[in-house]
Design a protein around this ligand. Structure first.
Ligand code: CUA
Length: 184
């Protein structure tokens, strides 16, 4: 019986330690990039999203009094022009080719602001601000839904982000702030 298994000790130690060190040198710059990518430091626009039972409300805090609620468009089997359970009465209009920062919170229970085609899913937690960011490089409509079970109408609080060019966005912002003046 061989009581001393000592053959090739040095090389076994080496081929264990060397790859580990290589992995550390790969991981360090990758983690740095990962954290840098996670946050944009000078966003063009900040949008505050608040989840409610059962709708989303939006505040464009860079402008004076641009805020509105966004409810699901009621279902109507006759209307074939809208997506069932996905369309909202007020679209979330945002400028394309701009860095957008989204601040997400909730007023009552947990929700989750999720737009898969933008690569965004952020929990809306009462008493807490969560942050995410994206850049849309094409115009169009991006659909999403609440993705945290939040009660009876969880399935009926969709999200529609409308990506437009900057001029259209500015026109839209001024029209929304004028109309909210009327509500005072
Ligand atoms: Cu809000 Cu699920």
């Amino acid at each position: 019986i061989n009581r001393f298994v000592l053959e090739g000790q040095m090389i076994e130690v080496a081929w264990t330690i060397v790859p580990a060190i290589i992995l550390i040198f790969i991981a360090m710059p990758s983690l740095r990039l990962l954290y840098l990518m996670d946050e944009i430091h000078e966003p063009t626009l900040t949008l505050k999203v608040i989840g409610h039972q059962w709708y989303w409300s939006y505040e464009y805090s860079d402008f004076i009094k641009v805020e509105f609620d966004s409810y699901m468009t009621p279902q109507d089997s006759e209307d074939k022009s809208t997506f069932r359970l996905l369309d909202t009465d007020n679209h979330t209009v945002l400028p394309m080719n701009s860095f957008i920062r989204i601040i997400v919170t909730a007023a009552d229970v947990l929700h989750s602001w999720t737009v898969p085609s933008l690569g965004v899913k952020t929990d809306a937690t009462p008493g807490r601000l969560n942050q995410c960011s994206f850049l849309m490089n094409r115009p169009g409509l991006f659909y999403g839904q609440c993705s945290e079970i939040c009660g009876a109408n969880h399935s009926f609080m969709p999200i529609v982000v409308e990506s437009v060019n900057t001029n259209t966005f500015i026109n839209w912002v001024s029209s929304v702030s004028e109309s909210s003046d009327d509500w005072k």
